[in-house]
Design a protein around this ligand. Sequence first.
Ligand code: CO8
Length: 303
Amino acid sequence: MIIRHPYIPLLNLNQKCIRLATQLSLRSHFSSGNESKREEEKLVKTSFHDNGQTATLTLNCPPINSLNLELNTAISEAIQNIEIQNPKTQALILNSSNPNVFSAGIDLAELYKPKSEDHLRKFWNSFQQVFIDIYSCKFTTIAAIEGHAPAGGCMIAMACDYRIMSQDPNGSKIGLSETKLGIVAPFWLADLMVNTIGFREAEKALGLGLLYSPEEAISIGLIDEIVHKREELEQKAHNEAMKWVKIPPLARHTSKMLLRQRLVQDLKKNREIDTDSFCEFVLNENVQKSLGLYIQSLKQKKN
Ligand code: CO8
């Protein structure tokens, strides 16, 4: 099916599906199918509801869903698997199996004293891919945020179409806290923040590395809804998903891409440059020192 749209030059859904199917079949051809499936099920769990119309993708990488190469890859594969194997699915809820942490963001072990530059590049590519896959996902995506969502955790939530966060006694927060670690969000993450909360709020949020309570987050438009009781989160997310499912899928996805395509194309076009600057920045001696001190401070927080 070829769709032509004034703002989307050419969207060929069949070609996309063929490409994904080929990738998946090559993957399962070269790796032991059962083994990689078991691994994927450990890191993310997928379940289906409403006769397959809605699905839930649960981040399940203990203790804090920190985004490393394996988790990123598992998220992308799970989304691609649902797209190919479950054509009925129209909405995807993203949540966490840890009630205290939605995702702690990037696994700092990937950034601090990385195994090799090659591994760092692969890792960053997998992080870029998670953004592309969620942000341009064919389904409506709902982030059901329970617990903290700093930095990369906030990226996952912002890449979704709708965000619901629960209040909790631990005072969970959400935001792009990168500068507090001595690192900087890439251009596409900064743009995502601007697209979500507007330029002025994004300037303050990024510069100060602000983390917001659910009430603060809703007041600047970073999240769309709050639930006061954790038990209500699942039902609210489900209700919201069902609203979006009722919209004709082609119109829904085309209108989403009308607003999102530019940023996705920007990243795809500049992916190598983005990876080069990420590696150069992270491998900088001073940045490594800041990361070391930050990791130490996380450990000391407990004592
Ligand atoms: N990566 C690796 N390990 C982590 C991370 C992380 N992001 N966060 C926490 N840990 C470790 C802790 O040190 C602790 O280790 P240990 O048990 O060995 O002492 C363990 O995970 C559990 O953490 P906590 O005990 O702190 O768990 P809590 O439930 O009390 O708190 C929090 C959870 C609130 C998530 C807390 O751990 C926290 O604030 N973590 C830091 C989160 C953070 O700063 N993330 C930023 C990551 S950077 C990022 O995502 C940047 C994206 C763009 C990058 C651009 C680069 C140039």
